[in-house]
Design a protein around this ligand. Structure first.
Ligand code: IMP
Ligand code: MG
Length: 174
């Protein structure tokens, strides 16, 4: 294996946890009108696996956002580079994220989605890095908590590489 990578979550741990999340969400969204919103591009891998573990009807759509300026810029100026195709008014919306870090992108996205009047709006993130949070965002479902490390795999990239790994690894930069 690439000696820059150190496995943090194996393929087995990852898929077991995704199944558990699917069960929880299926329980909570019985008799609701679930719309999964996958935030491009990282969360696609997680969203597909999660959706396959759901036993309730749902629709899925995609949105793409990009942040202006530096990662450390706390103004949270974000723009939508690809918008949803579906109308989410009166729907039970679940935003699916790969990793929740500073929370800046997601807090902007949630504010924007709220103006479209969904019936409910919740968040499911595969990974959560609490120690890097700048703005508070509610997390309704999470796969794993991580310490402040840079990770790749299962949708997460370093310069667009490693998204296809079926495990999560710490990327050791030199
Ligand atoms: P934030 O929560 O607004 O800081 O944005 C989080 C986004 O930054 C995620 O959706 C990822 O695309 C990216 N990101 C944050 N931490 C990592 C990491 O450890 N590895 C790869 N991408 C990351
Ligand atoms: Mg992302």
């Amino acid at each position: 294996m690439d000696n820059k990578l150190k496995v943090i979550l194996s393929r087995e741990e990852t898929s077991a946890r995704v199944k558990e999340l699917g069960e929880m969400i299926s329980n909570d969204y019985r008799k609701k009108e679930l719309v999964l919103i996958s935030v491009l591009r990282g969360s696609v891998f997680f969203a597909v696996d999660l959706s396959r573990s759901l036993t309730v009807p749902f629709s899925i759509d995609f949105i793409s956002i990009s942040r202006y300026g530096e990662k450390t810029d706390s103004t949270g100026v974000v723009r939508i580079t690809k918008d949803l195709d579906v109308n989410i008014a009166d729907k039970d919306v679940l935003v699916v994220e790969d990793i929740l870090d500073t929370g800046l992108s997601l807090s902007y996205l949630l504010r924007n989605l709220k103006t479209r009047n969904p019936k409910t709006l919740k968040v499911c993130t595969f990974l959560n890095v609490e120690s890097r949070r700048i703005v508070n965002v509610p997390v309704d479902y999470k796969g794993f908590d991580l310490p402040d490390i840079f990770v790749v795999g299962y949708g997460l990239d370093y310069n667009e590489k490693y998204r296809n790994l079926q495990y999560v690894a710490e990327y050791i930069k030199d």
